[in-house]
Ligand binder design. Structure first.
Ligand code: NG1
Ligand code: MG
Length: 505
């Protein structure tokens, strides 16, 4: 791992201004001065994240349970009056770039080539548009990232968030956190993936020592949830399969296809439940499983206040799983475009427009609506139960609650693999090996189809666990991997803190 202080040290640095003691931050400042001949005005940091449970359901409006991790992006920034954005990266793999910010000069993002600067430009463009500033300030920036790229740890979103915050600060107006999240979510879509809001929300709004229960509908809501204080304490180990799925290539048959399948599923479920013509379903865009679920119960005069929050979630999600079986059970092998359109009394072209496919075209013979909906509601149920166990952590015995948390993670992996079909052979192999090596729960994290896995391991077992994975996975598949590169591939992490600025007193 690059010399990133533990997150405790980071939060001390931010809260008590001990920046000068953090070697990596000091090195960033020194290289900034060497690059631009002046000190930066500020540094901004945005962390990556690991999603503990709740996969591929943020864009369904259903709750997710990520935590910020120590790996992050930090950017040193100096505002200038030159009409240029100068971008440099401490990692020589990512070339510097320099583009005009003359008033009216459009920032172009060419998403056909995978260029690191595109993610900065997304955040920059989103921030300038949100601020409505006609003549944005020039910026000199030096970037240093420690989130492994294309690993499912949201390095992309961390960089977009970092760039948006840097641009706002350089232009003298930092918007409230929810607005920064909205800017980052919308602007990362310029890259070409029709993503949800989980990654940007956790990067901006994480609080120390906790994972975050994040809800999106009817509004963004973030609830910190501390992990149960068990003995031994729990740790999360992240293990990267190093299988890189280039989203620009796979999105039309993977990520963006799942977004279309869940959106059409929401439209069909609303129709099946007889609420498609209610304004909350008819006029909202895009319709999500969460909106359909809430509207179904609202139509019955049930506003959810009758029972506790968790009981309401569980009752409603279980009801939706039953409804999904009735709505889509006759099509276990999926729907063709024509069959989906016919079921909605519309045409394939109109349906494609209704789910905004135009911007993110997808390719599939059959759309597996039953399976995607089953995963979405069952995964949301697992998220709610995971939170419930964490919050009840004190009462039940720690070993049984740890086992129950791990079981939910294993069930999530099985659903991602068999029902949502976003795993891959290497992830399945790594998770099976991890369980044999002492993990209490193992699953893919992030979009899947490669990238990282996350494992729930008692802290006193972490060293032996990591050694077993190095022996059983990395030495087999990547015998040449060693030293720092290996420590970047598998590492233990703890809940980190969210994005922050550091200015120089
Ligand atoms: P990754 O690809 O791991 O950064 C993506 C989406 C999330 C969420 C997860 C799956 C973006 C920016 N991120 O995360 O919104 O849908 O997949 O849970 O699209
Ligand atoms: Mg990402």
């Amino acid at each position: 791992m690059a010399e990133v202080p533990s997150y405790d040290a980071l939060s001390d640095i931010y809260s008590s201004g001990l920046l000068k003691h953090a070697a990596r931050f000091q090195a960033l400042i020194e290289e900034f001065i060497a690059t631009y001949g002046a000190r930066p005005d500020f540094i901004v940091r945005a962390p990556g994240r690991v999603n503990i449970i709740g996969e591929h359901i943020d864009y369904c409006g259903l709750p997710v349970f990520p935590m910020a991790i120590v790996p992050d992006f930090i950017i040193a920034v100096r505002a200038t009056d030159r009409r240029r954005i100068q971008l440099a990266n401490r990692d020589p793999r990512y070339p510097a770039c320099d583009y005009s910010c003359e008033p009216g000069s459009a920032v172009t993002i060419n998403n056909t080539t995978h260029n690191w600067a595109n993610y900065f430009k997304c955040g920059y463009k989103g921030a300038v548009e949100a601020l409505g500033c006609a003549g944005p300030r020039g910026m000199q920036c030096l970037v240093d990232g420690t989130v492994p790229s294309s690993a499912g740890l949201s390095g992309s979103s961390a960089l977009v968030c970092c760039a948006a915050l840097a641009t706002m600060k350089a232009n003298g107006r930092v918007l409230p956190q929810p607005d920064v999240v909205a800017v980052a979510v919308a602007s990362e879509r310029y890259i070409g993936t029709n993503g949800g809001g989980m990654d940007q929300t956790i990067s901006i709004m994480a609080q120390p020592h906790s994972a975050m229960f994040i809800e999106f509908d009817p509004a963004l809501a973030v609830t910190p949830v501390p992990f149960p204080s068990t003995t031994p304490p729990i740790a999360f180990v992240i293990a990267n399969t190093l299988v890189v799925s280039d989203k620009a290539v796979t999105a039309p048959v993977c990520y963006n296809l799942r977004v279309v399948e869940t959106r059409v599923g929401a439209l069909l479920l609303a129709r099946h439940l007889g609420i498609a013509d209610r304004p909350a379903c008819r006029d909202v865009d895009p319709l999500t499983f969460k909106i359909v679920m809430d509207e179904y119960f609202a139509a019955q005069g049930d506003d959810g206040s009758a029972a506790g929050e968790v009981q309401t979630w569980i009752r409603r999600l279980e009801a939706m799983l039953g409804a999904v079986q009735q709505a889509f059970g006759a099509h276990p092998c999926g729907y063709t475009r024509e069959e989906m359109a016919a079921a909605l009394d519309t045409t394939p072209a109109a349906l494609s427009a209704r789910v905004h496919e135009g911007q993110f075209p997808v390719r599939a013979e059959r759309f597996k609506l039953l399976q995607r909906a089953q995963h979405a509601f069952s995964e949301a149920l697992r998220v709610v139960r995971f939170r419930q166990i964490c919050e009840d952590g004190g009462s039940s015995s720690s070993s049984s609650s740890l086992a129950a948390l791990g079981k939910l993670m294993d069930e999530s992996q099985a659903s991602c693999r068999d029902v949502f079909e976003c795993s891959c052979a290497e992830l399945d192999e790594l998770c099976a090996l991890a369980r044999r090596a002492g993990s209490l729960g193992s699953r893919l994290t992030g979009a899947g189809w490669g990238g990282c896995s996350v494992h729930l391991v008692p802290q006193d077992k972490v060293a032996g666990f990591i050694a077993a994975i190095k022996e059983g996975f990395y030495s087999v598949h990547f015998p040449e991997l060693a030293g720092g590169k290996l420590d970047e591939a598998i590492f233990v992490t703890a809940p980190g803190t969210g994005a922050a600025f550091y200015t120089f007193s």
